[in-house]
Design a protein around this ligand. Structure first.
Ligand SMILES: Cc1cc2nc3c(=O)[nH]c(=O)nc-3n(C[C@H](O)[C@H](O)[C@H](O)COP(=O)(O)OP(=O)(O)OC[C@H]3O[C@@H](n4cnc5c(N)ncnc54)[C@H](O)[C@@H]3O)c2cc1C
Ligand code: SF4
Length: 481
């Protein structure tokens, strides 16, 4: 039973983070896990609304008011059962979800939202510590085989659901380790890789076979794979980065964000990287072009590598300090908040376009920026206009492009199987399911949806598993969210 006035009695208190000056000296996670006692108190702030928008706006529809109520009653085990019924990997979302649920929390209108993400993490970590999370192998094995291409959160969620339903599941991954962007995109200071290993061990014990270092479409012919499988799921992510078409792009020292982040994740994992290919921000003036999680991870990584200065360039204006929340709620409110990397020393240039890079001896030494004005066109869309003469020049020795991802890579696998694409270049699937134009070939995650979030990838993986199960067995007991 919820405390009816808990939201008046208690203030929002966050889980806590290590101080910036200390955390930039290492690669470990710096956000703390909320202690059990604190999580119980924070859960009492939940108003248990008649219409829980948090639940609706969580892509996997986590039963948030229910677990808040259960941990309030000290029934952590039941809270865990609720949580795992909707989310295969709450230890990932509990750490790195952008938490649309908190934007939609009713309390956020006049106060601060419930600390939903931290409570989720507290529940799942308590479950791991208490030994409640065990492999759940299928009681009855089916003879049907499913291959999943890609081991990011979409592929892993799909694999786990299908293995638990009895299918013989193999996950093919082109990298040398499983995990997708959880492994080589998101840095250890936000998601320690031991958290991923722990979950992969569970999948392994449930019968999922991992074939790492196999690039389907190159090392393995797709037609040959399909001949040996009853169904194939494409969970190969959206890996095609957006780029800039400006003067000086071929200068040495300009890199895509993922090339940079992958290297650092490999270094932390103990892999050897030769000096010739190493991208290192140490003692350099670094410019990160673009925002989002990718931009943030580049900034945090450059700061930890010992960059002299890190500046983020974004083409939109700085968000206002305050807006009328009711105009936006339950969607995210576009207000300015200092983020973790601002506290660590990142600087910003707002409202500028990158128009050229300058260099000497083949290496980049500067970026030329031009001020933008945003105007609404006749059809109501915002358009950028460069303001003549308003140029800036920043000295730079390393440029990281974090401009987002256009769609999955078409060359190789997707061209081989003639999958069919939607207008944005993502894999097209049937409207009522996840099947592509090829019989028995399904798609899920960023490859189908376009670049998105981990929690959406988990949802897609779960829904796709149910679609595969329905197609192979005629019906399915697997949950559809
Ligand atoms: C730097 C960065 C930071 C991010 N931070 C966050 C965050 O904080 N919170 C959040 O919610 N989301 C974040 N995201 C987004 C999130 O990581 C993705 O939405 C999510 O990982 C998509 O999952 P997926 O399984 O569809 O694809 P991916 O995670 O991209 O996995 C696809 C996998 O398929 C493999 N693959 C591709 N082609 C083949 C092939 N032909 N053969 C074999 N294997 C293949 C790839 O190697 C990869 O491992 C971030 C993204 C990036 C790039
Ligand atoms: S998965 Fe994300 S949106 Fe859902 S409850 Fe957790 S933090 Fe909120």
């Amino acid at each position: 039973m919820q405390d009816p006035i808990g939201f008046l009695r208690y203030q929002r208190v966050e889980a806590g983070k290590q101080f910036a000056r200390a955390r930039i000296r290492h690669w470990h996670e710096y956000e703390q896990i909320m202690p059990v006692r604190q999580a119980s108190v924070q859960a009492q702030r939940c108003m248990d609304c008649g219409t829980p928008h948090c639940h609706r706006y969580c892509p996997v529809h986590n039963l948030i008011p229910d677990w808040n109520s259960l941990i309030n009653e000290e029934d952590w085990y039941s809270a865990w059962l609720q949580l795992e019924s909707t989310n295969n990997f709450p230890e990932f979302t509990g750490r790195i979800c952008n938490a649309p649920c908190e934007d939609a929390c009713t309390l956020s209108i006049g106060s601060q939202p419930v600390t939903i993400r931290s409570i989720e993490l507290a529940i799942v970590e308590r479950a791991w510590q208490s030994g409640w999370i065990k492999p759940q192998p299928a009681r009855r094995k089916l003879f049907k085989r499913v291959a999943i291409i890609g081991s990011g959160p979409a592929g892993l969620a799909c694999a786990q659901q299908l293995a638990r339903a009895g299918y013989r599941v193999s996950v093919y991954e082109k990298s040398n380790r499983a995990g997708g962007l959880l492994r080589y995109g998101i840095p250890d200071f936000r998601l320690n890789k031991s958290v991923l290993e722990r979950r992969l061990a569970q999948l392994h014990a449930e019968g999922v076979r991992f074939r790492c270092g196999v690039h389907v479409g190159y090392d393995l012919d797709f037609a040959a794979l399909l001949r040996n499988q009853h169904a194939v799921v494409l969970a190969c992510g959206a890996e095609q980065p957006r780029t800039l078409a400006v003067r000086g792009m071929s200068l040495h020292g300009i890199h895509f964000a993922m090339d940079y982040l992958t290297q650092q994740n490999r270094r932390v994992a103990g892999d050897f990287l030769s000096h010739e290919i190493a991208i290192d921000a140490g003692s350099k003036q670094v410019v990160v072009i673009g925002g989002g999680d990718t931009g943030g991870d580049c900034i945090g990584t450059a700061i930890r590598q010992g960059a002299r200065q890190v500046t983020q360039i974004q083409y939109h204006d700085r968000p206002p300090d305050h807006v009328d929340k009711l105009q936006y709620w339950p969607q995210p409110v576009p207000e300015w908040h200092a983020n973790d990397h601002d506290v660590e020393g990142c600087q910003h240039v707002w409202g500028y376009d990158t128009v050229a890079f300058t260099g000497q001896g083949g290496a980049v030494d500067g970026v030329v920026l031009q001020k933008l004005r945003w105007v609404k066109s006749a059809d109501g869309r915002w358009q950028k206009q460069r303001l003549p003469g308003q140029l800036r020049h920043l000295p730079v020795q390393l440029v990281l492009l974090a401009l987002g991802y256009a769609h999955p890579t078409h060359a190789g696998l997707l061209e081989q199987l003639s999958a069919g694409f939607d207008a944005r270049g993502n894999i097209a699937t049937s409207e009522d399911g996840f099947m592509t134009g090829r019989h028995g070939v399904f798609a899920c995650g960023d490859a189908r949806r376009g670049q998105s979030l981990v929690v959406w990838a988990i949802r897609e993986g779960r829904q796709c598993a149910a679609a595969v199960d329905r197609w192979l067995s005629g019906n399915s007991q697997l949950p559809t969210v």
